[in-house]
Design a protein around this ligand. Structure first.
Ligand SMILES: C[S@@+](CC[C@H](N)C(=O)[O-])C[C@H]1O[C@@H](n2cnc3c(N)ncnc32)[C@H](O)[C@@H]1O
Length: 181
């Protein structure tokens, strides 16, 4: 049983604010961790899928939880989604916390040689660029990408990046981003 996190409620609220809670069917949770939010979406009747690079712990019987990287979205998925969510994935803090937690030797070595700030910045920028490209490739026309952050973390994206990715800004705040294809 995966536990409910309070910030999931904010995503449901944003869906309600956009008036899409009844019209969306197929949803992708990008960076779904253990898949807690995916389970909550499925319990509400959505065809929800999760994508997680650190997904060794995912239950293989749950074929809707995919052990894949963000950059694989355009090639791995063949169907389109009505909605994508990225919860606590698009801030520098989320990325840095992950590296520190994982203590991956190769990444830590690179971090030390480049300087941690530069490394985290460039990795977050690439990750977020891949999220935008994945959204552009695998969202239905009119589909939404919702991102949220918690604590004092901020979504690391600029309006220019969004525009260059061919998506439209609906809302771009430090802790809440809504884009539309
Ligand atoms: C801070 S956790 C957030 C988990 C969950 N979405 C939440 O709201 O609690 C960020 C997750 O995104 C995943 N992630 C980060 N970069 C990724 C990438 N390039 N491909 C797939 N998953 C990624 C991490 O492995 C991690 O599980």
């Amino acid at each position: 049983m995966v536990k409910h996190m309070p910030h999931y409620d904010r995503i449901f609220e944003i869906m309600a604010e956009l008036g899409i809670e009844k019209s969306v069917r197929k949803i992708l949770d990008i960076g779904c961790s253990k898949g807690g939010f995916v389970e909550e979406l499925r319990a509400r009747g959505y065809d929800a899928h999760g994508l997680e690079a650190a997904g060794r712990h995912l239950d293989p019987a749950k074929d809707y939880l995919h052990n894949k990287y963000i950059w694989e979205i355009p090639t791995y998925f063949t169907d389109n989604f009505d909605l994508m969510v990225a919860s606590r994935v698009m801030s520098k803090e989320s990325v840095e916390a992950l590296f520190r937690f994982e203590m991956d030797k190769e990444k830590l070595g690179l971090m030390e040689s480049l300087g941690i700030e530069t490394f985290v910045e460039s990795t977050t920028r690439t990750n977020n660029q891949n999220i935008l490209e994945g959204a552009n490739a695998r969202l239905n026309l009119g589909g939404y990408l919702i991102a949220i952050e918690t604590d004092n973390d901020a979504i690391y994206i600029t309006p220019t990046q969004v525009q260059e990715a061919g998506l439209q800004v609906v809302r771009l705040q430090p802790q809440e981003m809504v884009l539309r294809k």
